[in-house]
Each structure stands twice: as structure tokens, then as C-alpha cells.
Ligand binder design. Structure first.
Ligand SMILES: CC(C)(COP(=O)(O)OP(=O)(O)OC[C@H]1O[C@@H](n2cnc3c(N)ncnc32)[C@H](O)[C@@H]1OP(=O)(O)O)[C@@H](O)C(=O)NCCC(=O)NCCS
Length: 180
């Protein structure tokens, strides 16, 4: 697993703070280099949050700009879509998962380890929420093949038959939070 201490409080560079997305955040100024990711933040993230379909957290820099963001949601997946190690001893039905639906960092801040910290914070949120609303895994759909390597460093694995869909089991998540 990369550096950030996911088992404790995630540390961002001095002056940075995490906030729940609000209408006064400058949502159109964050440019990750992936237009689909940026368009989501600019036009859809707040609407979806208002409808309780997803929740978006933004990383705010010292100048109050959005340095990065992530969107979390929940979903259900059929147990047949999950790998054998994960569904062992689970009921044969749809199972609850957390979804890292969107994730991006402004281009000016990429390559400095901040993305890693933001992912650590997103996983910490998934873990905390799962103490109240349990999930069997965190899943995500990679926007392209190159970014897959970024997630695989965190032990995300490919879901069989879904090349771009990755998962992290609740066992892995718990082990991470325990600092294992
Ligand atoms: C993916 C993203 C959030 C990573 O943020 P970042 O701050 O640049 O990442 P970090 O600096 O924390 O990188 C940590 C490590 O992952 C690697 N990495 C970063 N982005 C990567 C990518 N797209 N593909 C493969 N490896 C990547 C880095 O090289 C670094 O490795 P190192 O520690 O050996 O140097 C950022 O590149 C981004 O916003 N990309 C555009 C939007 C996007 O693709 N979102 C994901 C949608 S599924």
C-alpha cells in the first residue's frame, strides 16, 4: 500500500482541508485532464448530492480552489458478479457495495502524492460508513487502462469478467484500517 497512513487520520499538506461539496465551491475551475471527470464535478455532482444519490467531498487548497474531489455512492451487485473469495459464506443474492464513483485531482497538483492521500480519505469514509451501513466491497470503474495501475497499488483487484471494474473486499478494507 502507498505511504498515506490510512489507518489513522489522513494528513494533507498544510493549509488543505476536506469539505462536503457546496454550491459556493468553484466547481468549474478544477481541471484533472479527464473531461468526463471534470464535467461531473462541474455540472452533476451537486445535483446528485442534493437528491441523495451520491456524496462528494472536495479537497480545498489555501486559495480556496478545489484541488481534488471524490464522489461516493452505494449500489448492489449480484453475488455472481463477485469473485469466489469474496462471496464465500455470503447469501446468494444482491449484495451491498460502496462505489468510488468519481475521483480526480487538478492537473497542477498531480504527481505530488496528494491523489494517494485523497484516495486514503475516500477509503476511510467508506470504512467509517460501513460501520453503520455494511458493504461487502468497495468497487470502482476505471476511466481508462492507465489509471488501473494507480488503484492496483492499493490492492484493488479486477472483477472477473469486468476488465475496467475493480474491487477492494471488506476484509482488505478492514485490514488497511487496522494498519495491517
Ligand atoms: C489518478 C489521480 C487522482 C492520481 O493523483 P496523483 O496526485 O497524480 O497521484 P499521486 O501523486 O498520489 O501518485 C501516487 C503514485 O501513483 C502513480 N500514478 C499516479 N497517477 C497514475 C495513473 N494515472 N496511472 C498510473 N499510475 C499513476 C504515481 O506515479 C505515483 O507513483 P510513485 O509513488 O511511484 O511516484 C490523478 O492522476 C488524476 O486526477 N487523473 C485524472 C482523473 C482520473 O483519471 N481519475 C480517475 C478516474 S477512475
Amino acid at each position: 500500500m502507498p505511504d498515506p497512513d490510512v489507518a489513522g487520520t489522513v494528513r494533507f499538506p498544510t493549509g488543505y482541508r476536506i469539505e462536503r461539496l457546496r454550491s459556493d465551491h468553484p466547481r468549474r475551475a478544477c481541471c484533472s485532464g479527464q473531461s468526463r471527470v471534470d464535467d461531473w464535478l462541474a455540472t452533476a455532482a451537486l445535483h446528485n448530492q442534493d437528491k441523495h444519490l451520491s456524496a462528494t467531498k472536495v479537497l480545498i487548497g489555501e486559495d480556496d480552489s478545489i484541488t481534488g474531489f471524490y464522489t461516493l455512492a452505494t449500489a448492489q451487485v449480484d453475488f455472481t458478479d463477485l469473485p469466489p473469495d469474496l462471496i464465500r459464506r455470503l447469501p446468494r443474492r444482491h449484495l451491498p457495495v460502496a462505489v468510488l464513483a468519481w475521483f480526480g485531482l487538478d492537473e497542477h497538483h498531480q504527481g505530488q502524492g496528494i491523489g494517494c492521500r485523497l484516495l486514503a480519505q475516500a477509503l476511510r469514509d467508506c470504512y467509517d460508513a460501513s460501520q453503520t451501513f455494511p458493504v461487502v466491497a468497495v468497487i470502482l470503474d476505471c476511466i481508462d487502462d492507465t489509471v488501473k495501475a494507480f488503484y492496483q497499488r492499493w490492492d484493488f483487484r479486477e472483477l472477473p469478467g469486468h476488465g475496467q471494474r475493480l474491487y477492494l473486499s471488506w476484509m482488505q478494507l478492514e485490514a488497511m484500517m487496522a494498519g495491517a
